[in-house]
Structures are given as C-alpha cells and as structure tokens.
Write a protein that binds this ligand. Structure first.
Ligand SMILES: [Zn+2]
Length: 316
C-alpha cells in the first residue's frame, strides 16, 4: 500500500459562452487540464513526482479566471498537453498498484471521477481516497472549517517553495503537510473527522435554524446571490421556490433576507460567502423559522433608519 497525493487543475467554460451551452455526455464540474502527484515514501517523507498537461477536448478555450489562476495558456496546452485518456494512462502507470489517494479538499477527487466517467472509463481504481484537510483538522486541533492550502502551510510554518495553483506545486505542498501528519491514524479516525465536518458545518445548528446547506462553484458574488434569491430559494417545508425580500448586508460577507412561501409563511435566510480553493465562491445557507429570534433581529434591523443598518448588525 502506498500513499499518492494528487492535485488537479481544471477548466470551466466562461458563463454564457458557446462552450457553456454545449451538451456533454455527462455533466462535469470541470475538464481536467493538469494532473500533478507526489508519492509519499514508507518513512512518511516526500518521494518522487509526476505531472502531465492535458489538452482539453470539450472546453477548448481556457476560462480567463482559470488561466489567470494557473498561469496556463491555450497554446501551451495545445503544444504540450496530451489527450485525457493518455494522461490518465501515464498517471496510473506512475501510481502503480494498491494506492491510497490523498487530496486537499473534496473537489479534486470529484472532478477526477467525473472526467473518467465522461470518457466511459471505470474510476474503480481511485476508490480509496481521503481529504487530507480532514486529517489535518483532526490532528492540528484547528477546528473543522475548510482551509486553503496556503493557510495550512502557514499554520505548520512550512515555507511554500513551489508555485500555487499548479497541480504539482499544490500536490507537493499537500504532501509536505501530509508528511507532518499521522496518516494511518488519520485514516482510522477519518469517519469521525468527516462526521464533524458535516458538509462545512462544525457545530450544532444555531437556535431557530431549521435547514443548512452548502452550494459551490459560483463565479462571483452576484451569481451566488442571484441563485440564493432565485432557484435555490426553496421553502424548507414544501420545497417550492419562495419570494424574497431585500438582502441586508452583515459583516464578513454575510447577508440575510426574509423569504416567503405562499403556503408556509416566512423564513429568514442567512448566507455566508467564502472562497473555495479553485477561486470560485461557496455559499453556506441557513434557514430560520419566521418566529425565531434571528428573524426578529432582521425585523428590528429593517425598522431602523437605512443608513444605520449595515454597521449595527450582529451575527447569530
Ligand atoms: Zn412552503
């Protein structure tokens, strides 16, 4: 058994572009353009490295956000990239048999499986994988919130020596973090860490809160807010889309608004925006009963003269 730490970069179509409207055989979170990996040696140190560029087949033009983040250009992928199946073959050959895969976050594994399925291949060889963040959180006593790789490096006082948002660079840094962890123990206790993580929530729900959910992959704040006010704004009782009042801005990229179901009355919706490691925005959405203290605070806030609202709000 060996540990392989891997990381990937993937492309997403520009919103509204021709490519974004393309019907793919399977819906994917992104098309892989780079795979980087590092092998952990038996003694827990960092071993040999692997990297391959992939020429995209479905989203051929790099999203400018992806290009900016990764430093990759269309021309380079065309010249140096290999087709995905070839890249996968090289990656598997380098990995060898009996691998336990580690990634930073949950996204890389999702995207890898997506892409494998897109090409009608079997992803059964990547079935043993762990999010190293969960092990890091459990063993560093640093809470169960998701952390950027750079934050974890800082916490362990590891000086980054490779480029960020480069698949091999990120895999290498993740491997350095893993070399400081007890992976075997982390894996034994992984179920517990995962439970604690609870899809981004690390505590009991606040008083009056009846539903919590996480949404990912928004390009910017307005896209996130639009979804929260529209297609994701469902009544917690009947699931129908609710009507929606004005968002009140709170500190720390938090917003709240009152939503109303024709049948079940009003609910307070509170959202918090945060950046995911791939540069997109994640939204945590909490729904409170209309009769809760949180909803009463919203009403009080609304009753105040407008200019004072923003500075006087308090979370929870
Ligand atoms: Zn309803």
């Amino acid at each position: 058994m060996q540990y392989i730490v891997f990381d990937m970069e993937w492309n997403q179509p520009m919103p509204g572009s021709y490519a974004s409207k393309k019907a793919l055989p399977l819906q994917i979170h992104g098309e892989i353009i780079q795979i980087g990996a590092v092998r952990m040696l038996e003694d827990g140190t960092v071993g040999d490295e692997f990297q391959v560029l992939v020429s995209p087949k479905y989203y051929k033009k790099l999203n400018s956000r992806v290009s900016k983040l990764t430093g990759l250009r269309d021309a380079r992928l065309r010249e140096e990239g290999v087709p995905f199946l070839k890249a996968l073959e090289l990656f598997r050959a380098w990995c060898g048999e009996d691998c336990i895969f580690l990634t930073w976050g949950f996204d890389d594994i999702t995207v890898l499986v997506d892409n494998i399925l897109l090409y009608d291949e079997e992803p059964d060889w990547v079935n043993q994988w762990y999010n190293a963040q969960m092990i890091f959180n459990a063993q560093t006593d640093s809470g169960s919130a998701q952390k950027a790789l750079s934050t974890a490096l800082e916490m362990l006082e590891i000086e980054p020596s490779r480029p960020a948002h480069d698949a091999l660079g990120d895999a290498y840094h993740t491997a350095l973090i893993c070399s400081r962890l007890d992976l075997q123990k982390g894996i034994e206790n992984y179920g517990k860490s995962l439970e604690k993580h609870e899809n981004g929530f690390n505590s009991e729900p606040p008083a009056g809160c009846i539903s919590r959910a996480v949404f990912r992959g928004f390009d910017d704040k307005s896209a996130a807010i639009e979804a929260m006010a529209g297609r994701e704004n469902h009544c917690p009782q009947c699931g129908k889309v609710m009507q929606h009042s004005r968002w009140l801005s709170q500190h720390g990229r938090r917003y709240m608004a009152m939503a109303k179901c024709k049948e079940h009355g009003r609910y307070l919706v509170r959202i918090r925006l945060s950046a995911d490691t791939d540069g997109t925005l994640r939204v945590s959405r909490l729904v409170y009963e209309g009769a809760s203290d949180a909803a009463a605070r919203y009403d009080a806030q609304m009753a105040k003269p407008r200019r004072r609202r923003k500075s006087s709000s308090k979370p929870q």
